[in-house]
Design a protein around this ligand. Structure first.
Ligand code: GLC
Length: 516
């Protein structure tokens, strides 16, 4: 397997460091803890880890508010711990992807402290300041996107919390500073960046108001009441991304963009990928789909059809921002395994979220447990994202921390945990088997896709084809068994229901991979 293409052939495992493994007993996960759990990650068979942010941060948005891009927050460890982690990962053949949060900084970042001090300082124009509120833009986290700063009386733009001022990407010095941050980490051995809300970097230069849009939720949450044509997705974004790509290419590193889009279509992600832009961009249509064969097929197709020739698909079932999929889709462990078959056998790169290999569900948190700012603001209409961030379930007692975890452990920990994996029907078994199958099966890794393979109303199906081999994937989306017409195949390569005879009907919620 060519190293240069690891991001096409392998899978990426997202770790939310606060919740993976605590080594100090303070209830918050850290880098030494994470390092002690690399056996698990390696045995799963992924190619890379992506860490949610670990930089110095007041943690107003749990690290997505960065106060220094070139260091590590003491709650997570030190720069030396990060060097050690990179070294250990590489020794195991794992790549390391960091989270680049460059649309905004923390209001505690030295750039912003300087910028806010007075109107004439050299960093003033690194952020977006106006003497009066210039438009109707709203914050993604609720309320206006403009906050008045007492030092000068001017207003600054923040697409998220007031504690997360947006950088002014139209200032070339800002772009240069971000490119320097990329180099800093690439020189330390980091293999790529996931770029947080990259499609928001550039705003329309004149900051015009967004047109209004009718939406039933707009009164409570103004962000959905606008067409976001001026505060993101600007047509000159590709140039900026091209400059980032040039730096990444110098180091053979990969750039993965996270698109901000409240419409759940994400088609625009496709506009920003390709040989001279991002390697990949998340397209969350699958994650937001309902669990029916028809809806899932539409969601999958919407990404495959939107991508340019030099694009590459990504598949995400869960991440730190959305309700975990076993809760979202229901259907128990069988459906969780079927979902894994989808993410791991389509053409493209799967991004797995820590704990999904155990079937971890959304945490059921009380109001008093909630720490995520939008959850606090909108409870109980929106309960926030803490439920997707509960501690990794290592043993029947958790074993995440010796102290009090920052979020409570899920109640199913006693029977759903990393040590309870002996059962060949366990979810982690399916993840390991499919990841191994991908590594060894050329059709699954790089084959062309024939889609759809059946028009059965309840079954998703496609084929992956190379000259030497043809593989058929069937996913039964319903709770009853189904016999699908077409070639039965010659060999079951993997069945989430442990079926070995190709002629057997699909079991309820079975995902099956067969050689034909
Ligand atoms: C992205 C992150 C999310 C964060 C936001 C602001 O959407 O995934 O967790 O709150 O950007 O940085």
């Amino acid at each position: 397997m060519s190293d240069a293409a690891w991001w096409r052939t392998g899978a990426v495992y997202q770790i939310y460091p606060r919740s993976f493994q605590d080594s100090t007993g303070n209830g918050i996960g850290d880098l030494p803890g994470l390092r002690s759990r690399l056996d698990w990650v390696e045995q799963l068979g992924v190619s890379a880890v992506w860490l949610s942010p670990v930089h110095p941060s007041p943690q107003a948005d749990f690290g997505y508010d960065v106060a220094d891009y070139c260091d590590v927050d003491p709650i997570f460890g030190s720069l030396a711990d990060m060097d050690q982690l990179i070294h250990d990962c590489h020794a195991r053949g794992l790549k390391v992807v960091l989270d680049g949060v460059f649309n905004h900084t923390s209001d505690q970042h030295a750039w912003f402290t300087a910028s806010r001090a007075d109107k004439t300082n050299a960093k003033r124009d690194w952020y977006i300041w106006r003497d009066t509120v210039p438009n109707n833009w709203k914050s993604t986290f609720g309320g206006t996107a403009w906050t008045q700063d007492p030092a000068t009386g001017s207003y600054y733009l923040h697409s998220f919390l007031p504690a997360q001022p947006d950088l002014n990407w139209r200032n070339p010095d800002v772009v240069d500073a971000v490119l320097d941050v990329l180099r800093f980490w690439f020189e330390r051995g980091v293999d790529g960046f996931r770029l947080d809300v990259f499609n928001s970097y550039l705003k329309h230069p004149d900051l015009p108001s967004n047109p209004r849009r009718w939406h039933p939720g707009a009164l409570a949450y103004g962000y959905v009441g606008q067409h976001h044509i001026h505060d993101r997705d600007q047509s000159d974004l590709p140039e900026v991304l091209g400059r980032m790509r040039a730096v990444a290419d110098e180091f053979g590193a990969v750039l993965i963009g996270e698109t901000l889009d409240e419409k759940f279509r994400y088609d625009r992600a496709a506009d920003f990928v390709g040989d001279d832009q991002l390697h990949m961009a998340f397209h969350f249509a699958l994650l937001h789909s309902r669990w029916t064969a028809k809806k899932l097929a539409t969601a999958i197709r919407s990404q495959l059809n939107a991508l340019p020739k030099d694009g590459w698909p990504t598949w995400v079932l869960s991440n730190h921002d959305f309700q975990r999929h076993p809760t979202r889709w229901g259907g128990g462990d069988e459906r969780a395994k079927a979902a894994a078959v989808i993410a791991l056998t389509l053409p493209g790169t799967p991004f797995l979220y820590y704990g999904e290999e155990l079937g971890m569900a959304e945490g059921r948190l009380k109001r008093a447990d909630i720490v995520d700012p939008p959850g606090i603001r909108f409870w109980p209409v929106f309960k926030g994202r803490d439920g997707a961030r509960t501690p990794m379930q290592w043993t029947s007692e958790g074993a995440f921390t010796t102290g009090i975890p920052w979020l409570p452990l899920n109640p199913d920990t006693p029977w759903r945990h990393a040590e309870a994996t002996a059962n060949p029907l366990s979810i982690v078994h399916t993840y390991r088997a499919l990841l191994a199958l991908r590594r060894n099966n050329e059709a699954l890794r790089s084959g062309a896709t024939i889609w759809p393979d059946t028009d059965h109303a309840d079954v998703l199906s496609w084929q992956r084809v190379v000259a030497s081999e043809r593989v058929r994937v069937l996913v039964n989306t319903v709770d009853r068994s189904v016999l699908v017409p077409g070639e039965a195949g010659t060999q079951v390569l993997w069945s989430t229901a442990a079926v070995t005879d190709v002629r057997e009907p699909l079991a309820p919620n079975e995902g099956r991979v067969v050689r034909v």
